[in-house]
Write a protein that binds this ligand. Structure first.
Ligand code: GLC
Ligand code: GLC
Length: 656
């Protein structure tokens, strides 16, 4: 105590360093004394204070680098904590009974992402689809954005005008809560989007800013032409076909506003602590709907600094960790899932106990498609070797398709080592998947071609990209067989890799690309709608008929889900990539106690011989002596005799 007083009078180099623990504690005590707990029962207050005491230091630690210089930080902290108290007394739909802390590591997890209005009509009719989710075996449902958004183009709902109101076309807030309850009753978790990089230009904050309210003008990034030009020199263009650069001129304000995505999606200004606090309050409202996972949309873009790329900046991590600290205090049972579709090293930085528990795995997704096109697995192996491992008790969300485009994001140092030119190889993949490469099986559509650097991404459904569409058109049973095998192969890897496998709506029904969007002027310029179709009875009928390609796809996916859920080894945390001495094969092993799962996949349309295993080992040594069984078809496999892998075949091997 005395030392501290003394140090305040005569700062020395050593004691000028802030005593963090002391300051965090002191700020917390001051705030606790100022907060209004009158709405809580004494029991509620005890629980709340306990959580606050546990989490406050982490929150304080993240907020200091962001807002330590703001003279009014104490005020903002008080507003923030008071909002936690208000939240604490509010009712939410009952939680899922499964209390396992690390539920996301279970082999029971299988996810699907759906648009409410495309799978059903609205939220209340989606309740009628719960039996479909159950029969498919999914227990994790991501509902694509369903909040109030501008009429017409709203970037598929990712331009949000009010986080607290469900879009009237989909129903009411009560409908959403009822849906959450209906899902929870069946043990299905609900995932909602937390779109916190931007709001729509019709959000009440944006409207207030437009009307000249300074308080809300500070919520966004407004600037003159010169500044916008300077930022544009270092910032990546995400939607170059919408507009060049990252800014949109606002005639109302006669200035430029930051719009990373569409011009009606205004980026929030997190250098203003009021924005952080206001967005946390919106986040709590999302949680009140009963969600179990929040998907952090476009999280790489949230912090900007001039002269940088304004993506993945260190302070973006402080900010997300601060949100996570708020979550841990207010709603610790909810977890974050990261949507970082960026360089793999940067993807991994968002994953951790103090940041995002779950993360999309865009690297594996892109490289599975890459190896199907090249029939080679080197880039896949070497990239996963470098990036697949993530901290304990965090989990990948593995997927093959999603509502967005496919971008070819791997680390060029890896492709360089393999003597591949990254730029050329991406060009090849774009050509290949958009049907501009002779002999390609894929029927994809280009997305956001950049006229300056030639960059481009790819859209299309799983079935169309894997070759089903072309095979049907050519009326060629062999091509069709290959295409369906590719789907089996991709899913066979996706369901077996460590992580939560996430289906995209229609993957399981074998739906093909759909061009209806071209006749809708609000969608025609966004080719992602080619894989966002409204489902009809016919889609389900085709998938129910085993004689159709769709039926074959539906069946193989359903079977894989059942096998995954019936075998605990799919929850194994021990994981190893296995080289089988062939550039066409991909293999990995998972181990749980004495149980091993060995997956072997042949990415080519040829019979491929097994090469030498590392250290001269044999397959039996990997799995254990005795006969093995391929879980996918229940056939016994004599491992010593296994020397050739059939075209596009996959094995899920365990000891019989
Ligand atoms: C995310 C979404 C994408 C959207 C963008 C802007 O990447 O997945 O669909 O366009 O964010 O919100
Ligand atoms: C995302 C990604 C980008 C993706 C886009 C949606 O946030 O960073 O690569 O394609 O938004 O299309």
């Amino acid at each position: 105590m005395i030392t501290r007083r003394f140090s305040r009078v005569r700062p020395t180099r050593q004691n000028m360093v802030m005593n963090f623990a002391f300051e965090a504690q002191r700020t917390q005590q001051r705030l606790l004394a100022e907060l209004d707990f009158s709405q809580l029962t004494s029991q509620q207050k005890t629980i709340f204070v306990k959580r606050l005491e546990k989490g406050f230091a982490s929150l304080f630690k993240q907020l200091l680098p962001l807002y330590g210089h703001c003279f009014d930080l104490h005020y903002h902290l008080k507003v923030l904590l008071q909002s936690f108290i208000d939240f604490h007394k509010k009712k939410r739909p009952a939680q899922i009974k499964d209390k396992a802390e690390y539920w996301f590591e279970s082999n029971q997890n299988v996810g699907i992402a759906v648009y409410v209005d495309l799978l059903a009509d609205d939220l209340s009719s989606l309740i009628g689809k719960v039996p479909y989710f159950e029969s498919l075996g999914v227990n994790y449902v991501h509902l694509m954005p369903l909040y109030l958004a501008p009429e017409g183009n709203s970037d598929g709902g990712y331009a949000i005008s009010d986080y607290r109101t469900v879009s009237p076309s989909l129903g009411t807030n009560k409908d959403l809560k009822d849906l959450a309850s209906a899902l929870h009753k069946k043990g299905i978790r609900m995932v909602l989007d937390f779109v916190f990089n931007h709001t729509s230009d019709e959000h009440r904050w944006a409207e207030a800013a437009k009307s000249g309210d300074q308080e809300f003008q500070d919520y966004y990034h407004f600037m003159g032409e010169q500044d916008a030009m300077e930022y544009n020199q270092t910032v990546r263009e995400i939607f170059p076909q919408i507009r060049r650069g990252s800014f949109t001129y606002s005639p109302e304000l006669d200035c430029h506003v930051w719009t990373t995505f569409n011009s009606f999606q205004w980026d929030l200004n997190y250098s203003n602590p009021a924005v952080f606090v206001a967005v946390v309050e919106e986040m709590l409202h999302l949680i009140l709907n009963g969600c179990d996972v929040l998907r952090l949309d476009a999280l790489a873009f949230v912090w900007k600094e001039k002269g940088t790329v304004c993506e993945n900046l260190p302070k973006a991590h402080n900010l997300i960790k601060a949100f996570k600290a708020c979550l841990d205090i207010a709603a610790p049972q909810v977890v974050f899932k990261s949507e970082a579709i960026v360089h793999p090293d940067e993807v991994n930085k968002y994953i951790g106990a103090d940041e995002c528990t779950l993360s999309y795995n865009p690297l594996m997704m892109a490289l599975l498609w890459e190896s199907l096109a090249t029939r080679q697995t080197n880039l896949l192996y070497q990239s996963l070797e470098r990036s697949f491992k993530i901290p304990e008790h965090t989990t990948w969300v593995n997927y093959i398709r999603c509502h967005d485009d496919i971008g070819w994001l791997w680390d060029d140092a890896v492709s360089d080592r393999l003597s591949m030119n990254g730029y050329d190889h991406r060009h090849f993949l774009n050509q290949f998947y958009t049907g501009q490469f002779d002999g390609s099986f894929a029927a994809g559509v280009p997305f956001q071609e950049n006229p300056v650097n030639g960059d481009c991404r790819v859209c299309g459904t799983l079935a169309s990209l894997a070759g089903v569409e072309n095979a049907i058109q050519a009326n060629d049973p062999i091509l069709l067989d290959h295409a369906i095998k590719r789907i089996r192969l991709l899913n066979g890897i996706n369901f077996a890799m460590p992580g939560i496998p996430l289906l995209y709506q229609g993957d399981d029904l074998g739906v093909l690309n759909n061009n209806d969007y071209l006749s809708d002027p609000t969608k025609a310029k966004d080719s992602r709608w080619v894989h966002r179709k409204k489902f009809t009875k016919d889609d389900f009928a085709l998938a129910a008929d085993i004689e159709t390609p769709q039926g074959r796809i539906a069946q193989l996916i359903r079977e894989m889900i059942q096998i995954r859920k019936a075998n605990p080894v799919f929850a194994a945390q021990e994981f190893e990539l296995i080289s089988l001495g062939s550039q066409h094969l991909f293999a990995f092993k998972r181990q749980m106690d004495d149980k091993t799962l060995l997956v072997i996949a042949n990415m080519s349309e040829h019979l491929v011989p097994l090469g030498h295993l590392p250290l001269g080992k044999s397959l039996s040594e990997l799995i254990g002596q005795g006969t093995a069984v391929n879980l996918l078809n229940k056939e016994l496999v004599d491992l010593p005799a296994l020397s050739l892998i059939e075209p596009l075949d996959i094995f899920w091997l365990t000891k019989a």
